[in-house]
Design a protein around this ligand. Structure first.
Ligand SMILES: Cc1cc2nc3c(=O)[nH]c(=O)nc-3n(C[C@H](O)[C@H](O)[C@H](O)COP(=O)(O)OP(=O)(O)OC[C@H]3O[C@@H](n4cnc5c(N)ncnc54)[C@H](O)[C@@H]3O)c2cc1C
Length: 390
């Protein structure tokens, strides 16, 4: 019998010794630094800023940042293992980490040598967290219709507009912001690296959420924010493609987060099904319960295989975008479905805060929404098969 909370080596995916060691390191870290606090963070909506210094000290926060910039230089499969392990303990922490790592990867891939030198060591050490600001009040899935604009002004740009639901942005040091520098549509958008604290950039509102309470989600107002020309990421007009490229990789992280939630659901459900007795037997002895657990296991294995395939394709330098969409679509829907089953297996206890499954149920839902909704991922997969017919 394998433990679902261990590294999923049984799924048939070949992890290296180093990857297994990293997963073990993160699991041990989470056991001591996250698990004892997560119920309080959730109940009191606490963003544990100090945790990210500890994650950095343990070498986890900057794991995917190149070694020359103070990170661990790990690959995408390792990144996915880290997110999954964090999410087993706390999905909110996994959200913070995955967005941070996603933006760090974008700076590394698309930034100038100077931008890499300026930001990556601080992102690895936890001195700065990173945020990603694409969504606006009037544009989410249809991100190419965004309205925030950046006007050329002398040597730099002046950015004005509003961004909505930016993960980490209340505590971040740097925000990757997509703004319009040209005409309508995707080709008129550019990306900028904007440092928190610049005049005119204000956190307008902290969003109250259904779940992932230990993550920070805020609306940002840009009121004539002056940034230098070297805040531009890459070249003008590439911002929408850069955002999609960034999100393609991020989606592997959300799939990994969903896998972590699924693994935690399964772990709790197995323990409860063994211990809870009705009519003189453990409830796990009834097929009505044991079959639910069997299906949970199958969903977890399938979600993991899709997710690690996408991560592996990316590490091989192969096209991984559709694989990432498939993984995110399947894993997030499985996490939502199976977290509901985990509550059901726990009966009335599942609906109380005495057991963590009600938190898993609330946390799982967001994985179907952010970094592309399930509907958008179905469009991506369908288009890869049918082409663009409309
Ligand atoms: C907690 C949280 C954290 C977030 N973090 C970030 C962040 O860090 N950075 C950031 O930029 N954004 C972030 N977001 C925003 C998130 O990515 C968007 O909410 C998401 O992309 C969906 O956009 P929307 O909410 O505007 O929904 P809409 O785009 O308005 O969609 C509404 C509904 O219509 C469906 N729909 C839309 N278009 C189609 C279509 N063509 N065909 C079929 N169905 C369609 C959608 O799937 C959805 O069900 C976050 C959101 C939340 C809630």
């Amino acid at each position: 019998m394998h433990s679902v909370i261990e590294t999923p080596s049984h799924i048939g995916f070949q992890f290296s010794d180093e990857q297994v060691a990293v997963a073990h390191l993160v699991r041990e870290f989470a056991k001591h630094e996250i698990a004892p606090h997560v119920a309080r963070w959730d109940k009191e909506h606490i963003f544990p800023r100090e945790l990210y210094g500890k994650l950095a000290d343990a070498g986890i926060l900057g794991m995917t940042i190149p070694e020359e910039h103070g990170g661990g230089g790990s690959d995408t499969v390792t990144y996915a293992l880290v997110v999954e392990e964090l999410a087993k303990a706390d999905a909110g922490t996994a959200t913070t980490f995955s967005v941070h790592a996603m933006v760090a990867a974008a700076i590394n891939a698309m930034g100038t040598p100077e931008q890499r030198r300026r930001y990556l060591p601080k992102l690895a050490s936890g001195e700065m967290l990173a945020a990603f600001a694409l969504t606006e009040p009037e544009s989410g899935s249809d991100a190419a219709s965004l309205r925030t604009h950046a006007e050329r002004n002398g040597d730099g740009y002046v950015i004005s507009g509003r961004k909505q639901w930016c993960t980490n942005a209340g505590y971040s040091g740097v925000v990757m912001v997509m703004a319009r520098t040209g005409g309508h549509g995707a080709n008129g958008i550019s990306s900028f690296l904007v440092e928190n604290g610049v005049p005119g950039l204000v956190v307008e509102r902290v969003t109250e959420k259904m779940g992932i309470h230990s993550s920070n989600t805020v609306d940002l107002a840009f009121d004539n924010v002056a940034v230098p020309a070297d805040a531009l990421l890459g070249v003008e007009g590439r911002g929408f493609r850069q955002a999609l490229q960034t999100l393609n990789a991020g989606r592997i992280g959300i799939a990994a987060q969903a896998c972590g939630i699924l693994a935690a659901c399964l772990h709790e459900s197995i323990a409860f099904a063994r211990e809870r007795h009705t009519f003189g037997k453990p409830i796990g002895a009834y097929q009505g319960i044991s079959f639910k657990i069997a299906r949970m296991q199958v969903d977890l294995d399938a979600a993991r295989l899709l997710m690690y395939r996408a991560a592996w394709l990316k590490d091989q330098g192969r096209d991984f975008a559709v694989a990432a969409s498939e993984a995110k679509l399947f894993a997030s829907e499985a996490a939502r479905r199976q977290s509901a089953e985990a509550v059901q297996i726990h009966g009335g206890y599942g609906y109380t805060t005495e057991f963590p499954v009600e938190r898993y149920y609330r946390d799982a839902k967001i994985t179907e929404i952010y970094e592309g909704t399930s509907e958008i991922h179905q469009i991506i997969v369908a288009r890869s098969l049918l082409g663009k017919l409309d």
